[in-house]
Design a protein around this ligand. Structure first.
Ligand SMILES: [Zn+2]
Ligand SMILES: [Zn+2]
Length: 376
């Protein structure tokens, strides 16, 4: 097989030309990786809410044309100067945030907020030289969160790429590069439920499996979409609350259901009212709420300070406190050891040429994860 290292690769990518308009499959040119970068052949990617959010660009800075996509699995095609940890052929998950291993955050056991590579949704170029590696007829196409996986080939900083077990099926574990790991980490690492074995947890209805792994006995799903309830039952949800079914704030409903509030609460939608509700439904004395979803850029969190003085804790997390390179391989191993179910999340699969269907499924609230296979 002739090597493509050092050469421009022409391949298919789904390009977003305008906010909210269907993606267009284009032939793009992908430049070779520069210093501390790797070029990946993406085999499978999936659609996450964050892609849709920035594609709609209603609450965020519009940046087009752009190649979205950040949940994916692939194989290293070639590496740039200075890259020693990865080599062509390695199986990897690209991640929307990174780990340089050298900054104060990377050296801290507590943080995964790398100074160099933490997520920056407003940057559409490579961090090294401020240029894009994607172009069409010489016109640059913006990157998205350092991953841009809706392309057969993409270029990432080496610090945003986790090397994983080559035996792990990439069409399954690709979804561990964002959503599920975020939910799992928010539950296991940040809410730290070891202290409440058997307790209650309020969680977005797509992540109850994470609460079950954590040992919660009452798992209360909150969702505006009643269609999600049946799906959520498969994941171990024990009770379901639809805010639309009640004429009082949902936090009051949950406090009544649990005689005082839940032990832990995880909020993943990014809706600021849901965030406030998630906090206000935790029990005083020891309740912990963890915010995960990305809010509107103008959102403000308002609650009475007494809610904190009463010994409730409010926390936020990015990527579940996992360091991408150091920790993600072990999440993949949880799947390989059958401790973490991934298949249940995958409700649809489409070829790259039909990627817009994945957007339709998500906008209609149909299913959870749609895998996009790049080789069809
Ligand atoms: Zn995501
Ligand atoms: Zn760092």
């Amino acid at each position: 097989m002739p090597s493509t290292a050092g050469q421009v690769i022409r391949c298919r990518a789904a390009v977003a030309w305008e906010a909210g308009k269907p993606l267009v499959i284009e032939e793009v040119e992908v430049a070779p990786p520069q210093a501390m970068e790797v070029r990946l052949k993406i085999l499978y990617t999936s659609l996450c809410h964050t892609d849709v959010y920035f594609w709609e660009a209603k609450g965020q800075t519009p940046m087009f044309p752009r190649i979205f996509g950040h949940e994916a699995g692939g194989i290293v095609e070639s590496v740039g100067e200075g890259v020693t940890e990865l080599k062509p052929g390695d199986h990897v998950l690209p991640v929307f945030t990174g780990e340089c291993k050298e900054c104060a955050h990377c050296k801290s056991e507590e943080s995964n907020m790398c100074d160099l590579l933490r997520i920056n949704t407003d940057r559409g170029v490579m961090i090294g030289d401020g240029q894009s590696r994607f172009s069409i007829n010489g016109k640059p196409i913006y990157h998205f969160v350092g991953t841009s996986t809706f392309s057969e080939y993409t270029v990432s900083h080496v610090g945003s790429v986790a090397k994983i077990n080559p035996l792990a099926p990439l069409d399954k574990v690709c979804i561990l590069s964002c959503g599920i790991s975020t939910g799992l980490g928010a539950t296991l690492n940040v809410a730290k439920p070891k202290r409440f074995n058997g307790g209650s947890i309020r969680i977005g209805s797509s992540w109850p499996c994470c609460a079950r792994i954590a040992g919660a006995s009452r798992i209360i799903g909150v969702d505006l979409n009643p269609k999600r309830f049946n799906e959520a039952k498969k994941f171990g949800i024990t009770e379901f609350v639809n805010p639309k079914d009640h004429d009082k704030p949902v936090q009051e409903v949950i406090i009544e259901m649990t005689s005082g509030g839940v032990d832990r609460s995880i909020e993943c939608t990014g809706n600021v009212n849901a965030m406030i509700s998630a906090f206000e439904c935790v029990r005083d004395g020891w309740g912990v709420a963890v915010l995960v979803g990305v809010p509107h850029k103008d959102a403000e969190f308002k609650t009475h300070p007494m809610n904190l003085l009463n010994e409730r804790t409010l926390k936020g997390t990015f990527f579940g406190n996992y360091k991408p390179r150091s920790d993600l391989p072990s999440v993949v191993e949880m799947y390989m050891n059958k401790e973490l179910e991934v298949e249940k999340f995958i409700t649809h699969q489409v070829p790259l040429s039909e990627i817009n269907k994945a957007f339709e499924y998500m906008l209609e609230g149909d299913g959870l994860r749609c895998i996009i296979s790049m080789d069809e």
